[in-house]
Write a protein that binds this ligand. Structure first.
Ligand code: SAM
Length: 292
């Protein structure tokens, strides 16, 4: 087997050979711990017929581990300077394709159709660039890609918000936006020392597994998310206050909002953070006719 890319010695040698300088603006914090990389891959439960999509391969540390455990890896990398490096480091792995693109601009579905023909178990596995963690995860979910799930490294603080349960201080519209589509759990806390350069924040790995159906059935998904965002606009305000101040013409529709709250069995003095997804679902369906 080839020597791991991620050992500190090999990583340093690769970076020196190419005179590579890290770009903070691209969230470049590379992993230099093979054990952590193997653990991340193990959380994805890949088999020899699985496919993996990686975002931001860097110099290929995680890509290599994915290539060894799955049938096909497709990795999106925005930084052109990394392409010649990846070309060398990943040359032993013919099952890897690098796509030079900003993942936020990419037509991921099209790439999947082209690259994963005949593969029906596909996971996204990544050490995400921290400046765009949430937009990347939301894009993957909103595009409704046929993936089994996502295993990714991200800021611990964002991981806490994504996997938070109702009634806890981290629970908010991000928890709901993600838990609507996925079962979410934090599977590992990661020390700063396993990166070069070390990030300023603590890190964690989360696992998101796609639900067969969204967590709640609602009349209109867009409106459901609008209601949840509105409910958390000011965390210390009551649900009624947030809804009247945030929904369009909410102040004039206070009576209707009260009626919808009552019909869904929710006390208007409660705060958004105490509502379950199911309660938000009921509430948005009751509010829907008054706003359409
Ligand atoms: N996977 C490598 C590792 O674990 O060592 C590198 C991870 S590093 C945290 C993030 C990577 O994402 C960098 O290689 C960076 O250039 C790339 N990146 C940043 N923004 C991106 C974007 N919008 N689309 C694709 N790649 C991006």
């Amino acid at each position: 087997m080839n020597k791991d890319i991620a050992t500190p010695v090999r990583t340093r040698a690769i970076l020196e050979k190419y005179g590579f300088s890290f770009k903070k603006s691209l969230g470049q914090n590379f992993l230099i711990d093979t054990n952590i990389l193997k653990k991340i891959v193990s959380f994805a439960n890949l088999g020899e017929n699985s496919g993996a999509i990686e975002i931001g391969p860097g110099i290929g540390a995680l890509t290599e581990q994915l290539a060894r455990t799955s049938k096909k890896v497709v990795a999106f990398e925005i930084d052109q300077r990394l392409l010649p490096i990846l070309n060398e480091t990943l040359s032993p792995y013919p099952n890897v394709d690098i796509i030079h693109n900003d993942v936020l601009e990419a037509d991921v579905q099209k790439v999947m159709d082209e690259k994963f023909y005949g593969i029906d178990d596909i996971m996204v596995v990544a050490n995400l660039p921290y400046y765009v963690t949430t937009p990347i995860i939301m894009k993957l979910l909103e595009d409704k890609l046929p993936i089994r799930g996502i295993v990714c490294m991200l800021q611990k603080e964002v991981a806490d918000r994504i996997s938070a349960a109702p009634g806890t201080k981290n629970y908010g519209s991000l928890s709901i936006a993600i838990q609507y589509y996925m079962e979410a759990e934090t599977v590992m806390i990661v020390p700063k020392t396993v990166f070069v350069p070390q990030p300023n924040v603590d890190s964690a790995v989360i696992r998101l597994i796609r639900r067969v159906q969204p967590a709640v059935q609602v009349m209109d998904e867009g409106f459901f998310f609008q209601v949840t965002r509105s409910s958390f606009a000011q965390r210390r305000k009551t649900l009624l206050n947030n809804l009247t101040s945030q929904l369009p013409d909410g102040k004039q529709k206070k009576e209707e909002i009260l009626r919808a709250l009552s019909a869904s069995g929710i006390d208007p003095t409660r705060r958004g953070e105490t509502l379950s997804l199911e309660e938000f679902g009921r509430l948005s369906d009751e509010l829907y006719p008054y706003f359409h």
